[in-house]
Design a protein around this ligand. Structure first.
Ligand SMILES: [Zn+2]
Length: 458
């Protein structure tokens, strides 16, 4: 048996969470649960990788150790620490922001009629189609970090570093969407993706051709060391943001007031990706940020998407995709909703659904005909607010021949993917299933962690 790693996550709601992991031969064991409560065990046999006798071969034992290493890293990014370590509990202003830090996100789907009915209490900022970053200034240093993985990518955008230095005082944090051009089209979004996936030097070269990416500030959680979101209302925060100086490549999001219909018209006219509506009197307070590696979604901000407004109910969202049709049973039907991670892992280890008792089905399917041994469909999941991953359904339409070949490797998963659909229901709303109507695969999101696919409506 390998050395046991035991980690603890403080600071959530309720008791601290304990998580343990160890390896026996080719098997990876974990246990998790509240401190002092019943622990839920899991067991996984990752298996060997590559062809035996080749350089790329990894034995089942080595692979188990690698999986353990990866899982420990992931838990640490979620704010888990060793039992005798001090947990990160505040921003230290001594370097880049810690990887477990998460600022709150807007709620994805407002309850029906909510945005219309509360229109006069809501302030809106348009959403750009780029990638969200956190920018921190500490004395002479500027850090530009990706929102989910918290990678420091300042070297990708030296011009922005210089300009942020002119705009921000020390001990300040702003959130900015970094965009190519005006960040309005899918083309801009894809161009931004290729810049962020390149190495720093190459990223700078690409930008030389298009004049450099732009940053679009949409939130100012900290200013001169003061946590503004702790007690300033959303209206006050937006007013503060609107007063920020502009530079060649940095601007603040314009603020639109009230009237839902006007906002929708603006969305359609300017083809913005969407708007974020802030409850004018709402205060983030304690829910502004945490160190749990998963953001809160306080009831102060909601997303409004172009697709919601276009008459049709088509919309899109991000999902965890899994594929291993030769593997063991992983999910039941999209009508079975698991109340807790405990029920879920119990079902998994029994191979039967804890809700309806049916045999579980492996993730994804094989293709047929010329796609034999390639991808037929991917299984999609989303996390609910309790952290339980719920099976949503499979997607096959939209996968190109290249996708079906490229994605036919169980080692690639879990992956964050974007999927569009016509409509969806929720079991928690009284619907018969969580399934999507007419799902279409839109692409892999390399800029987003699969652990971020949280849907509070589930
Ligand atoms: Zn079931």
């Amino acid at each position: 048996m390998s050395k046991l790693v035991e980690l603890i996550q403080h600071g959530g709601k309720g008791k601290p969470r304990i998580w343990r992991i160890w390896v026996e031969g080719d098997r990876v064991f974990t246990e998790y649960g509240s401190q002092g409560g019943k622990m839920v065990p899991t067991e996984d046999v990752p298996g060997s990788k590559g062809k035996k006798g080749t350089k790329a071969y990894i034995s089942p034992e080595e692979q188990a150790a690698l999986v353990m290493e990866r899982k420990v890293k992931r838990q640490r990014a979620r704010g888990y620490v060793g039992l005798d370590e001090e947990p990160v509990s505040d921003i230290e202003w001594d370097g880049p922001l810690p990887s477990s830090l998460r600022f709150a996100k807007p709620i994805n789907n407002a309850p029906k009629g909510f945005l219309e009915e509360n229109a006069e209490k809501i302030l809106w900022t348009p959403k750009k189609n780029g990638m969200c970053h956190l920018v921190t200034r500490i004395g002479p240093r500027i850090y530009i970090q990706t929102r989910d993985k918290m990678h420091d990518v300042g070297d990708w955008f030296p011009h922005l570093k210089r300009e942020f230095f002119d705009v921000m005082p020390s001990m300040s944090i702003v959130m900015a969407e970094i965009v190519v051009g005006r960040g309005r089209t899918k083309k801009d979004f894809l161009a931004m993706g290729s810049i962020s996936r390149s190495k720093a030097e190459r990223a700078q070269l690409i930008q030389r051709d298009n004049g450099g990416v732009n940053a679009y500030i949409f939130r100012v959680p900290f200013w001169r060391g003061v946590h503004l979101e702790a007690d300033v209302s959303c209206a006050g925060l937006l007013e503060h943001m609107a007063k920020l100086p502009e530079t060649e490549h940095i601007s603040a999001a314009p603020v639109f007031q009230g009237n839902y219909k006007e906002v929708c018209k603006e969305l359609l006219k300017r083809r913005y990706e969407g708007f974020v509506g802030y409850l004018a009197k709402g205060v983030y307070g304690d829910e502004s940020y945490n160190f749990k590696g998963r953001e809160d979604r306080p009831k102060v901000a909601w997303k409004l998407r172009l697709s919601q407004v276009q008459g049709g109910r088509a919309t899109e969202d991000d999902f965890v995709a899994c594929w291993n049709p030769a593997g063991k049973g992983m999910h039941c039907s999209s009508s079975c909703h698991y109340p807790s991670t405990g029920d879920q892992s119990e079902s998994e280890s029994l191979g039967r659904c804890g809700v309806c008792k049916k045999k579980l089905v492996p993730d994804g399917t094989w293709g047929t005909g010329r796609y034999m041994e390639k991808v037929g469909s991917l299984s999609l999941y989303q996390y609910d607010e309790e952290g339980v991953s719920q099976y949503i359904g499979d997607v096959s339409s939209g996968l190109t021949a290249a996708d079906k070949t490229k994605l036919a490797d169980p080692e690639l998963y879990p992956l964050c993917v974007r999927v569009s659909y016509k409509d969806r229901d929720y079991v928690t709303d009284g619907g018969r299933s969580n399934a999507l109507a007419h799902p279409t695969f839109e692409g892999v999101r390399k800029d987003k962690e699969w652990t971020e696919c949280v849907n509070p409506d589930l």
